[in-house]
Design a protein around this ligand. Structure first.
Ligand SMILES: [Zn+2]
Length: 220
């Protein structure tokens, strides 16, 4: 069973990935982690990668796929969960090709659907405790701290992360619309896309995802 989570920024992708991982014991693939771990190795490939990343340039899709392929050859868990990858049509095509070579394929693409103004509210309202890292949201009633700007758990001051502002959100959202949202049609054409209304509590979202998996299990 191979799953892709597709979502705009702040749609709750990380939370759903964690819940899915816990329930189905998936091989949770983060290409960012794979890159960092390869770049920390002292071989030629690691050194070259470190140079590219340090220069701020993007690592090519082909290199990412090569890393991914190596990683899959070494892992024993073949139930994959992709979270944050693929981000472009080109990456999706390369991923399909690679899986096909292994007689494997993507089974589910879950699109966490949230409206833009709700995402913006989530991001700009996010506050984090300096001391215990608890996360609050001043724009969402259920996640409000009881006393403004103070952590309910430890009493320490809350702060706003530098990139949790409207400007940064606009840039990230625009990038999602331009590069990632074409994947919605790509996977829809392959009849793999499941749209999940994600303007809801995380437990309800997770429940919708699990129902789809349970209902389709016999197909795969
Ligand atoms: Zn705290």
């Amino acid at each position: 069973m191979n799953i892709i989570l597709l979502a705009p920024p702040a749609a709750g992708k990380g939370t759903q990935a964690e819940l899915l991982d816990k329930k189905y014991h998936l091989n949770h693939i983060s290409t960012g982690d794979l890159l960092r771990s390869a770049a920390s190795r002292e071989d030629d490939f690691g050194k070259k990668l470190k140079e590219i990343m340090a220069s701020g340039a993007l690592v090519s899709d082909e290199i990412v796929l090569e890393l991914l392929e190596k990683h899959l050859e070494q892992s024993t868990n073949h139930n994959l969960l992709f979270d944050g990858f693929p981000r472009t049509i080109h990456q999706a095509e390369l991923l399909d090709e690679m899986l096909e070579k292994k007689n494997d394929k993507i089974n589910y693409v879950f699109l966490l659907d949230v409206e833009e103004d709700i995402l913006k509210k989530r991001i700009t309202g996010r506050r984090i405790c300096k001391n215990c890292n608890s996360v609050y949201n001043v724009n969402i009633e259920a996640l409000n701290p009881k006393q403004e700007n103070t952590c309910d758990k430890c009493g320490e001051m809350l702060y706003q992360r530098g990139d949790d502002n409207e400007e940064a959100f606009k840039i990230r959202y625009q990038e999602y619309i331009e590069k990632t949202s074409p994947l919605i049609n790509y996977y829809q054409d392959k009849q793999k896309l499941y749209r999940i209304d994600s303007n809801q509590q995380k437990e309800i979202i997770f429940d919708s995802i699990c129902k789809i998996i349970e209902n389709n299990k016999q197909l795969f």
